[in-house]
Design a protein around this ligand. Sequence first.
Ligand code: ADP
Length: 274
Amino acid sequence: GEALAVSARVAPLGSRLVLLLVEDLTEARRIEAVRRDFVANVSHELKTPVGALSLLSEAVMDASDDPEAVERFAGRMQIEATRLTNLVQELIDLSRVQNDDPLEDAEPVRVDQLVAEAIDRCRHQAGTKQITMATGGTADLRVWGNRGQLAAALGNLVENAVNYSPSRTRVGIAARRVDAPGGDMIEIAVTDQGIGISDKDKERIFERFYRVDPARSRATGGTGLGLAIVKHVVASHGGEIAVWSAEGQGSTFTLRLPEAAAAREARDRYRDRD
Ligand code: ADP
């Protein structure tokens, strides 16, 4: 197609350049396809709650002489409106983590505070399901990065651990310092005793809008964007994320983020060079 036509035109300039151009075009086309898919997915995801709201409002009007029915429909409208709000908020969060450089206002961030915030965020849900939260090793550890983004990332992992676990199970959050070739890192592991993830799905859960079980995800207010946000935050902080899981047994999501003092030293060394 187009890429080949271009390569034929510039062929006399040398094969290296041709190869680069062809690769560039292929990459550009891939990005374009991903963007188109994303827009299609967003439209689809928005259509569902908006469609439900429109049907429900009609139902309310038709049932105006039946107060009980009106109340029932209004309740469902509220659920759909909440879903829509969540989705829009997560889209805003995703676009923010994709576009902002988090290290522009990076600072040392206490791990125990991040963990406390993450637990707070799903305290209600955990309470309803009688899920026990346990933390360990978080004292005196600091990571280097954007506080808001790091809180969002860890919050998403803990929220998922609670959402995809049965009642009366345990969610553990453990942190430790590990040495790595490029400087010390902080490892934060979120472990649940939930439904687990198959090997096949493990590869895809970080994609935007990918859910193993869309109905289950929707029922817990999930949007399918949480792990895509986590992945972006971790990557832009120079960190890593790994997942271990066994179906029916549970999952562990492990984050590795630069340790604050080590990262600051590395940054200062880099700055002093020029
Ligand atoms: P969602 O909003 O659906 O939770 P995420 O991007 O956070 O979206 O996660 C994508 C999918 O990965 C979820 O729909 C779920 O199927 C699966 N998943 C994520 N975390 C866990 C977990 N701790 N245990 C089991 N499945 C999980």
